[in-house]
Design a protein around this ligand. Structure first.
Ligand SMILES: C[S@@+](CC[C@H](N)C(=O)[O-])C[C@H]1O[C@@H](n2cnc3c(N)ncnc32)[C@H](O)[C@@H]1O
Length: 217
């Protein structure tokens, strides 16, 4: 079991900061994931955070479970579901301790894997994939790794250095994790079906990425 500090102390401002910091790209990436969900799907949002994406999935007719280590995050999501008149299942747990009743059709893990140090990321990816049924989809939006030209890579370091610097000072994440999930997903038995690099402005440097992966085994 991990001993991570929880996001409780930033729960009330996290969504606002993420959207300001990303010029709205974080919200856009999450909304685009809805195209991969269908009414009736059993969907797990792991490390759900503020849960704007989870409520939208429930509004589409998905059966949504929200899991987070942070009790305040989960409480906030529960209130959002109540306000939207939607039902959901809410779990405060470390993902390593969580045992679902049965596997999910879709698991969404947004901005989760940067919470783990390099030595634990592969383990976290494998655990998250275990929550899926065979043929199920994993959807990820995250900060990835620097890409492209030297100035584009330098921008990535400065931009994410500031954001991760803030969260590292709070003890929430390592400072500036850089990761390519492809080998970790392959090791967990997943193939990448779609990958998109996201920029803050047209033809700007890559700052985020989204991945759609399928559990093959
Ligand atoms: C950076 S936030 C992202 C929140 C949300 N997915 C989003 O994109 O807005 C990471 C979230 O993962 C949760 N988290 C981190 N480690 C976790 C773990 N081991 N088990 C469950 N949740 C975890 C944190 O509490 C936090 O709410």
């Amino acid at each position: 079991m991990s001993r991570q500090p929880t996001f409780d102390r930033v729960a009330s401002v996290y969504e606002l900061l993420a959207n300001l910091w990303s010029l709205g790209r974080v919200g856009q990436m999450k909304r685009a994931q809805l195209a991969h969900l269908s009414a009736g799907d059993r969907v797990l949002y792991v490390g759900v955070g503020p849960g704007d994406d989870a409520v939208a999935a429930a509004e589409l007719g998905a059966q949504v479970t929200c899991l987070d280590l942070s009790p305040r995050m989960v409480e906030g999501v529960r209130r959002r579901f109540d306000a939207a008149g939607r039902e959901g299942t809410f779990v405060v747990s470390d993902l390593f301790a969580y045992v679902p009743e049965r596997p999910f059709d879709v698991v969404v893990a947004n901005f989760l894997f940067g919470c783990f140090p390099d030595g634990r990321r592969r383990e976290a990816v494998a655990r998250v994939v275990e929550f899926l049924r065979s043929g199920g989809r994993l959807l990820v939006a995250d900060t990835g790794a620097p890409r492209g030209s030297a100035p584009a890579r330098a921008f990535w370091y400065v931009y994410h250095g500031l954001a991760y610097g803030f969260s590292a000072i709070q003890g929430l994440t390592p400072w500036l994790p850089r990761f390519d999930l492809e080998p970790d997903l392959a090791a967990a038995g997943c193939g990448i079906e779609g990958r998109r690099f996201v920029r803050l402005w047209p033809r700007g440097p890559v700052t985020f990425e989204t991945i759609v992966a399928i559990r093959r085994d």
